[in-house]
Write a protein that binds this ligand. Structure first.
Ligand code: SF4
Ligand code: SF4
Length: 362
């Protein structure tokens, strides 16, 4: 294939082939070597199989620094747009390795409609369970019994664990991953916890919003979202241990561990997702995967609604609004978990796998 390209030809190419063409140009140029983890990984190879391209795509965090620095973007005949084509390959890698595969393809085509239908379906189910009078307990259990919650939530939680596990296993085989060592895991988790690769390589942050504007806003938004989500998860896990191990069922006081973790997590998640939703329209859409821009935005907003309804529900405790708010909050939480393997949320798991593989190759 020629390294020259026209915009018309760009649109008809397979993203993997187009990414290979662009990466081979970068490997000869090497101007962006210090920008991120992608370029040092490129320079280790002379040829790039499909698995190598997928791995590079999942290492890229779409900061766009290489696009704005590049002398070979349009109108140059090479027509480089590395962030854009890697975003497409990345999206395709999640879809191709998804389990069940058909669900990944369906979500790729109509993610927003599916998410809305799942939320409405779960809300209807929860309201129906409330209406047939299964409640019996204190706090939220006076509206929806503990047993009903467990019966609905356990399958909805186990499904994404199984689905993402199978999906990552397929991805790992595709990129030629080796036996995982403690050293590679430690390095990958350390980089992920600090979101090191969102620092822009030079420490000034991404220029996601514009060519000359470097900021840490995207890194901060991701940090707030990630730690907010993990704290909410820790709150649920703590409450489960208190219920089953120490025979201390909910409701809990404001100063209890589940409440402190949950409220802090909810506030961080609200701030983080609001920041990401505010930032997303400011970037040039053509430097991401334009096919799924709406679905990505819908997913950020779903996470925002999960966080806000959780906080509002807590504030509304004891009022007549609880049954509807509980159905709305739990409906969005259930939709979030069920759709996690096919939505943008899965990028965190793939990014972690790519960081482990990158640590193995160093
Ligand atoms: S993005 Fe452009 S400037 Fe950067 S390494 Fe590739 S070809 Fe060179
Ligand atoms: S967009 Fe950013 S992270 Fe992706 S390859 Fe370019 S410089 Fe690296």
């Amino acid at each position: 294939m020629s390294i020259e390209q026209t915009p018309q030809a760009f649109e008809t190419l397979n993203p993997i082939d187009e990414a290979r063409r662009q990466i081979e140009i970068c490997n000869a140029c090497r101007y962006c070597e210090g920008y991120c983890a992608v370029f040092p990984a490129i320079t280790k190879q002379k040829t790039f199989g499909d698995g190598d391209i997928s791995q590079l795509a999942n290492l890229c965090h779409n900061c766009r620094g290489c696009y704005y620095a590049c002398q070979y973007t349009e109108p140059h005949e090479f027509a480089l747009n590395l962030p854009g084509v890697l975003a497409q390959v990345r999206q395709d890698s999640w879809q191709d390795h998804a389990w069940p595969r058909g669900a990944g393809q369906a979500f790729h085509r109509s993610g927003v409609a599916i998410a809305c239908a799942v939320i409405v379906g779960f809300m209807a189910l929860l309201l129906a369970v409330q209406a047939i009078g299964s409640a019996g307990g204190d706090g939220f259990y006076a509206t929806l019994s503990h047993n009903a919650m467990v019966a609905i939530f356990v399958p909805a939680f186990l499904f994404p664990v199984l689905s993402i596990g199978i999906s990552l296993r397929r991805y790992w085989a595709h990129i030629g991953g080796q036996k995982v060592t403690l050293g590679a895991l430690t390095q990958a988790f350390g980089d992920a916890a600090r979101l090191k690769n969102l620092s822009g390589g030079h420490g000034e942050g991404c220029n996601f919003e514009d060519e000359d504007r470097f900021t840490h806003l995207r890194r901060i938004g991701h940090q707030l979202t990630m730690w907010g989500f993990l704290l909410c998860f820790a709150a649920t896990s703590t409450a489960t241990v208190m219920h089953y191990v120490f025979d201390l069922p909910a409701p809990y006081d404001l100063l209890s561990l589940p409440k402190l973790l949950g409220i802090t997590g909810g506030v961080l998640l609200t701030l983080g997702t609001a920041k990401l939703a505010w930032l997303k329209p400011k970037g040039d859409r053509s430097l991401g995967d334009t096919r799924v821009w709406g679905g990505e935005m819908a997913f950020i907003l779903l996470l925002f609604v999960v966080a806000v309804t959780g906080l509002v529900l807590y504030a509304a405790t004891g009022t007549a609004a609880v049954p509807l708010l509980l159905a709305l909050h739990l409906g969005t939480v259930l939709a979030f978990f069920l759709l996690m393997p096919f939505s943008k949320m899965v990028h965190g798991f793939y990014r972690l796998a790519a960081l482990v593989r990158d640590a193995q190759q160093k």
